[in-house]
Design a protein. Structure first.
Ligand code: HEM
Length: 557
């Protein structure tokens, strides 16, 4: 009986799929671009659940599978780079029973999509899952997004960047101390340590919660007033973000649940309590006419104030308490693993290429020469470190945390110029600027697959200080997106990254621990390269197993 029922469901689903696929294919044909059909949509949730298991089986099949299988694998963008665009051109589409997904690698067409916010909209329904604590900038509709953006952007100013700089230097100093005293087997986990560093910087800068650095082997949870500390609660929340996006946290506190799930539920509740306490303390301080802590929270509460003062106004101007909580979470979510993963990729690559470390150290030594560490001034030093920024840019070019951005046409057909053609994209169609493709396209980048930070420095003069950053053609480098809805943390992540490199490489070098004494330098480099390029994409691009490479930090005189 059950088998018959399941068979019936499968048959109905197949019939519907064939019918819907045919309809979408007909709609897509009107664009006159190359089309690749898929039997199931990559965004189909049940498919997403079975996808990793399915591919574990498919990978065992010894003969060639039909070509469409390739685009069903999650994170296919990373291995593909610009290959599908080189085969089919700057615009092509995947057609599925559910939708049409247009992919773009033409920089000018991408620019047009980013600039026309009302024509190519952010699919806010897809982002709804981010509302763990409340509505936020990423889920706001077209009317509300400018209000969120204005309030959130205000505190990302130069004063805050100075704080990012000094806090990162202090965190990295502690990281260097921990790494130089690691066991002969090497640093336990570079990737976990860069996550800790990134979280500590966010907590301090965003929310004035300062924590000392601790390595991945120091696992004991800290308590604050009987709750998990701000950092531990947030870490657990972010580590389990995908689960929390699927299961509301109020369902994770029941006593009959396994302790591991209840712990997550507790952490979410504790983090909410921390936010409520911060809100109360900041409100009190502002009501007393004080300046507040100067954190993001201070800024948000000022916005809350605007709203309550304007009760006669019909239009909402500030943020509600739920929106403050929602945005606090989303800033942590958006700023944590993006930066941490980029630091992890760069650390491994720098270790694999000692000559790049020397190149960076040369710049750092020239710039900070004779200035004591506690007087390294952000405004003076940061602009004079283009080589450090070059390492960040080159890493993001090859390893962008978000590989393609989902945009959607509104309820009207949209015309888009791609090269010398004008195409008409049907309403409600997914249009994806293919970030990794445009950043690795040989039309824009020579030796596109080579990690070469020096490509970002123009007219090297030999004197590191006189060098300038290369500015690539518009929208050929877009890891932070572009246009009005670009990343709010662009400068934040750049300042943090540069400060890490300055502190790390001024007097130390990263060294890969050889697997055997006969391993040559070329073999070591190839091994690290392989680990850095075995990636998966859960929500963001990340290395599958970075700890397979063991590093140590050596002091140089
Ligand atoms: C290397 C580091 C980073 C990368 C590559 C990155 C990338 C991106 C991208 C591609 C978007 C656009 C997403 C979309 O349109 O769907 C975005 C948005 C955003 N990012 Fe970042 N990000 C980074 C670091 C940060 C940091 C450090 C923060 C905050 C401290 C941050 C906060 C945000 C916020 C709030 C948005 C939403 C902006 C809006 O909707 O108006 N990001 N980021």
């Amino acid at each position: 009986m059950l088998a018959e029922l399941l068979g019936g469901v499968a048959l109905s689903y197949s019939v519907w799929s064939i019918f819907a696929l045919q309809q979408n294919y007909r709609r897509a044909t009107s664009m006159g671009i190359p089309l690749i059909w898929l039997p199931v949509d990559p965004l189909n949730v049940p498919f997403q659940v079975i996808e990793p298991h399915l591919f574990r089986l498919l990978d065992l099949i010894p003969f060639q599978l039909p070509p469409f299988i390739y685009h069903l694998r999650r994170g296919w963008y990373f291995g593909d780079k610009a290959d599908t665009h080189l085969k089919h051109g700057p615009v092509w589409a995947l057609v599925t029973p559910r939708d049409i997904h247009v992919h773009l690698s033409d920089a000018e067409a991408i620019h047009s999509v980013f600039s026309r916010r009302g024509d190519f909209i952010r699919p806010q329904k897809m982002y709804k899952l981010l509302e763990v604590y409340g509505p936020c900038i990423s889920t706001a509709d077209a009317t509300n997004w400018p209000r969120h953006r204005k309030i959130l952007a205000a505190p990302f100013n130069e004063a805050a960047m100075g704080y990012v700089w000094s806090e990162t230097l202090s965190q990295t100093k502690q990281l260097v101390a921990a790494w130089t005293s690691s066991s002969p087997a090497g640093i336990a986990s570079v990737a976990k340590d860069t996550r800790t560093l990134s979280l500590n910087v966010l907590a301090a800068v965003g929310f004035r919660r300062s924590f000392s650095f601790r390595t991945s082997d120091q696992t004991e949870a800290e308590k604050e007033s009987g709750m998990l500390s701000y950092r531990d609660a947030l870490q657990l929340v972010l580590d389990n973000a995908i689960l929390l996006m699927l299961v509301p946290y109020r369902h994770l506190v029941h006593s009959w649940l396994p302790i591991s799930l209840r712990k997550i539920g507790r952490a979410v509740a504790d983090f909410r309590d921390h936010m409520a306490q911060m809100l109360e303390a900041e409100t009190k301080s502002l009501n007393l006419g004080e300046k507040g802590s100067g954190s993001l929270m201070t800024s948000f509460i000022r916005a809350l104030d605007v709203q309550s003062k304007e009760t006669n106004s019909t239009s909402v101007q500030g943020l509600s308490v739920d929106e403050i909580f929602g945005n606090t979470f989303v800033i942590n979510f958006a700023g944590h693993d993006t930066t941490a993963n980029t630091l992890a990729f760069s650390t491994l690559l720098l270790a694999a290429y000692p000559e790049v470390q020397e190149w960076i150290a040369e710049e750092v030594q020239e710039v900070v020469a004779g200035i004591p560490g506690d007087e390294w001034n952000y405004a003076e030093l940061y602009p004079r470190l283009p080589r450090c920024r070059a390492v960040l840019f080159e890493t993001l070019r090859l390893y962008p945390p978000i590989m393609a951005l989902p945009k959607w046409t509104n309820d009207q057909p949209q015309s888009l110029r791609v090269g010398d053609r004008e195409i008409i994209i049907p309403p409600h169609t997914s249009v994806q600027p293919n970030i990794i493709a445009v950043q690795t396209h040989p039309q824009y980048w020579p030796e596109p697959r080579v990690w070469k930070p020096s490509r970002w420095i123009t007219a090297p003069t030999g004197a590191a200080e006189k060098e300038e950053m290369y500015v690539p053609p518009r929208d050929t480098f877009i890891p932070w997106s572009d246009g009005p809805q670009n990343c709010l943390g662009v400068k934040f992540s750049q300042v943090e990254f540069v400060a890490v490199l300055v502190r790390l490489l001024l007097q130390h070098r990263l060294v890969v621990i050889k697997q055997r004494s006969s391993e040559t330098d070329a073999e070591t480099t190839a091994r690290v390269w392989q680990v850095a390029n075995e990636c998966d994409a859960q929500m963001l691009l990340r290395m599958k197993d970075p700890d397979r490479v063991k590093l140590k930090l050596r002091r140089v005189e």
